[in-house]
Ligand binder design. Sequence first.
Ligand SMILES: Nc1ncnc2c1ncn2[C@@H]1O[C@H](COP(=O)(O)OP(=O)(O)OP(=O)(O)O)[C@@H](O)[C@H]1O
Length: 260
Amino acid sequence: MRAPSPTPLLQARAITVRFGGLEAVGNLDMAIGRNAIHGLIGPNGAGKTTVLNVLTGFVRPTEGELVFDGAEIGGIGVNGFARRGLARTFQNIRLFGAMTVLESVLVGAHQRFSANALSLVFGRRAARDAEAAMIARAYELLAFVGLGAEVADRVATTLSYGHQRRVEIARALISSPKLLLLDEPLAGMNAVEKAEIADLVRQVRAQGIAVLLIEHDMQVVRRLCDHLTVLEYGRKLADGPPEEVLADPAVQAAYLGRAR
Ligand SMILES: Nc1ncnc2c1ncn2[C@@H]1O[C@H](COP(=O)(O)OP(=O)(O)OP(=O)(O)O)[C@@H](O)[C@H]1O
């Protein structure tokens, strides 16, 4: 007997986002599998970041429904999404000017568990222990993303661009997400750095965390992703395995027809 196919980790149903008169996303259905590296691609302005913003609670859809890990998650706010297990990075790196690398990673933990809430639930001593455990976890994650402990006390914004991206990924991972959403994690990188981050994405998935990523480099997308959703003008143009989707004449026309 065949095992029933597992339900997707995240299901977006009939999502529409309007900004005033502009429909940025129209009637989008999308499912992200539990062990997926899922690529979200499409020409500039197609609505990719808007979708990622919807899936992480940063933008509330005008219409539609989101089901994550079996529960409807509409209207629970950004922190609610983080608590449920969704974590993200941004297209433009968002690290705070004066913070060290270690502090920048810990910000991700505090988004999920505030120190006050911890001490209310567990008492001060336990909250201090929890804080110490999180610092230990932050060091582990820095190693996981390929940064040594020696960078922990440096001001994060003084690191190279590629290393700042890694800090952002560590910050997202410290909230122990089930789904990590990356908005153009390879932007501005050379081929070697891209291959390193692609490897890191595979290692994230090997930890049992699903990944959604927005990416423009089709060679990387083809090799890294096991599923693609293509958007054009806010609508779903294609959805399926990369080889199939990238061979689709409609997808090729969308890329050829518009400058990236
Ligand atoms: N907050 C907003 N207010 C008004 N319009 C917006 C807003 N955010 C996005 N848009 C518009 O929605 C459309 C989709 O934008 P979005 O950034 O989601 O596309 P994208 O596919 O991520 O593009 P890119 O590849 O250039 O990053 C664009 O026309 C954009 O100008």
